[in-house]
Ligand binder design. Structure first.
Ligand SMILES: [Zn+2]
Length: 238
């Protein structure tokens, strides 16, 4: 038959282990799983695709303008060769001919401007696309690093928790008073207790809530002559 003091000492041991375990569980829950970076990669990827589509469209317009220019230049050449051959002689025809010829030249000048402008746009958009692509690569790399470290940390914590579960059942066996053990578990689970059910008294105060306690209670707690409960927080004092 074990004494109250022995039961309290076993409970204190259990409390120490449980607190370490709680701390590990909290650590586990705050590990960075890479969820934010996964979202960031998706956003960067979509941004890149949007910018690449814009470049594709600019390059399409450029190609169209170049084809249009080629066709106008061909027409201009045809006019020039007709003029050289002296194919147009009638005054009215000559006037119309010149009018159309000038019109074609104006179109060519406008297209030249348009092409130059599109080429500049294409060049700057290409740089924008490259930078967006680099951003995806860079965030993706960060994500891999984060995931790797997450899995490393997680497996360390999991194995530590596994070891603790094994030693916990050994320590729990040392608490012979099953009613006391139940009380301990209930106190640990109580909201606001932060998982602390038992604490040593320190300088006449409860080791859990740090409120001053009477000298009789201190003596009871320390000697284990009688179960001492903190009047303020209801936890077991030892
Ligand atoms: Zn207390």
């Amino acid at each position: 038959m074990s004494t109250l003091r022995q039961n309290l000492d076993a409970l204190l041991q259990l409390q120490q282990l449980d607190s370490e375990r709680d701390k590990l569980v909290r650590q586990k829950n705050t590990l960075d799983t890479g969820a934010n970076l996964t979202q960031a990669v998706a956003a960067a990827q979509s941004d890149y695709e949007h910018k690449a589509a814009e470049l594709f469209s600019i390059n399409g317009s450029l190609k169209d303008a170049e084809l249009e220019l080629a066709s106008i230049e061909k027409k201009i050449k045809d006019y020039e060769s007709k003029m050289r051959q002296g194919a147009v002689t009638n005054t009215r025809e000559v006037m119309n001919f010149e009018k159309e010829f000038n019109q074609l030249n104006r179109q060519r000048a406008a297209l030249d401007d348009k092409i130059l402008n599109l080429m500049e746009k294409s060049e700057s958009q290409t740089a924008v696309v490259h930078s967006a692509q680099n951003k995806v690569t860079s965030i993706d790399r960060d994500l891999s690093t984060t995931k790797e470290s997450y899995h490393g940390e997680l497996s360390k914590i999991e194995s530590a928790l596994g070891r603790m579960t094994a030693s916990r059942s050994e320590i729990a066996k040392l608490v012979a008073d099953s009613a006391l053990l139940k009380r301990y578990e209930a106190l640990r689970a109580r909201p606001g207790n932060s998982g602390i059910a038992i604490a040593r008294t320190t300088q006449s105060t409860c080791g859990a809530c740090h409120m001053q306690i009477g000298t009789i209670a201190v003596t009871q707690a320390e000697s284990g002559s009688q179960l001492a409960i903190c009047e303020n927080c209801g936890r077991i004092m030892a």
